[in-house]
Design a protein around this ligand. Structure first.
Ligand code: GLT
Ligand code: MN
Ligand code: MN
Length: 388
């Protein structure tokens, strides 16, 4: 039997809001009792997680007194040192309070925009108290229901101004911190700006300090748009921008489900894990998901263990795929190169262009070649289903 237990080097993390999710939905109230941040850290210690992430108000309620704050931080720190769990990522809640009903950085009200900046600077300071290395921005309310209400161009400009201001804040404070922007197409807003990881990558290129800013793609958010998540992750990776990742699962075209990792689309999860392991991604593997509403806290542990276990199983399957002689033989055949066209690639020159224009290609023969992708895909399925 393989050992699927989580190891520190796997960097499996959970947000306080994930294992602390109480099962409320738009149609019903909580089904699980409240647990304090320190209790949640102990739960994560029990299931073998490596790290815990939080929004400012997951840790410190928005109306906490200074005395509450000190006590919560003391208890939380005690639980961290007891369990050995670290805080790799922190973020700001810019979506729960009514003040953010029309967005935070993109609100039409300059007072709301200023308050959002102030709240984020304070939340960054809080994250730094725990030595967080990545700071996530998820702008769940940065959008519209009616496009009569806001300028889409102005909203991008306001988002840029906020990110530039906050990058300067981090530099000014000499914090060792990077930003990771998380896209989502809709929910809770009707439509959210910078809707996909691809939009975010383009946006980052327009910032004053693009080197400080990367992305935090989430499986469910790209699947809601019907996109291939691994492709978005690969593009972010290739651009040097995969600073963090949110793992969960989602049926396309439905409400935001935040399902246990790998519980819906095993094949997509396999290609994702294989990608992350093949490129040796060494950031957090953050499970941004929650247990079904049917569960008690034993079920929450089953959920958390399940996320990590599925990742570990798929990691083993990826190693099996890479070691499979038949798979590798098909891949070698698919990627065969007799070298005869090498001279046409690489840097442009007018000579190269002329010689390429003069070359003749047997279009019909090239088009006739069978590529064996059916065979390769079935080998993949056999591996995933344990038939190989
Ligand atoms: C919220 C959202 C997540 C984000 C979190 C970070 S909050 O739960 O659904 O996708 O990653 O703000
Ligand atoms: Mn997320
Ligand atoms: Mn989500």
């Amino acid at each position: 039997m393989s050992d699927y237990s989580p190891k520190p080097e796997n960097k499996f993390t959970f947000g306080l809001w994930t294992v602390g999710n109480r099962g409320a939905d738009p149609f019903g109230s909580a089904t699980r009792e409240h647990k304090s941040p320190a209790e949640l850290v102990r739960l994560l210690g029990e299931v073998g997680a490596y790290g815990v992430n939080f929004h400012d108000n997951d840790l410190i309620p928005i109306d906490a007194t200074p005395a509450d704050r000190d006590r919560i931080i003391r208890d939380f720190k005690a639980a961290l040192s007891e369990t050995g769990i670290i805080v790799p990522m922190a973020t700001t809640n810019l979506f729960s309070e009514p003040v953010f009903k029309d967005g935070a950085f993109t609100s039409n009200d300059p007072k709301v925009r200023a308050y959002a900046l102030q709240k984020t600077m304070n939340a960054i300071d809080l994250g730094m108290e725990f030595d967080a290395k990545t700071y996530v921005f998820w702008g769940g309310r940065e959008g519209t229901e009616s496009d009569s209400s806001k300028s889409a161009v102005e909203s991008i400009k306001r988002s840029r101004e906020a990110m530039n201001f906050l990058c300067e804040y981090v530099l000014d404070k000499k914090y060792d911190l990077k930003f990771a922007l998380e896209a989502k197409p809709n929910e809770p807003r009707g439509d959210i700006y910078n809707a996909t990881t691809g939009h975010m990558l383009a946006f980052i290129g327009t910032l004053d300090h693009p080197e400080m800013v990367g992305v935090n793609p989430e499986v469910a958010h790209e699947h809601m748009s019907g996109l291939n998540f691994m492709h978005g992750v690969a593009q972010a990776w290739e651009a040097g921008k995969l600073f963090h990742i949110d793992l969960n699962d989602q049926y396309p075209g439905r409400y935001d489900q935040d399902l246990r990792f790998g519980s819906r689309d095993i094949k997509a999860a396999f290609y994702l894990v294989k990608f992350l392991e093949d490129v040796k991604y060494d950031g957090s593997r953050h499970f941004d998901a929650h247990a079904y509403r049917t569960e008690d806290y034993e079920g929450v542990k089953d959920f958390a263990r399940g996320c990590m276990r599925t990742y570990m199983i798929l990691k083993e399957k990826a190693a099996q795929f890479n070691a499979d002689k038949e798979v590798q033989a098909v891949l070698a055949e698919i990627n065969a190169n007799d070298g005869s066209t090498d001279k046409f690639f690489g840097k442009y020159s007018s000579e190269k262009a002329s010689s390429l224009k003069a070359e003749s290609f047997d279009r019909a023969a090239l088009g006739k070649r069978g590529l064996k992708y059916e065979h390769l895909d079935q080998l993949t399925i056999d591996i995933l289903l344990g038939a190989r």
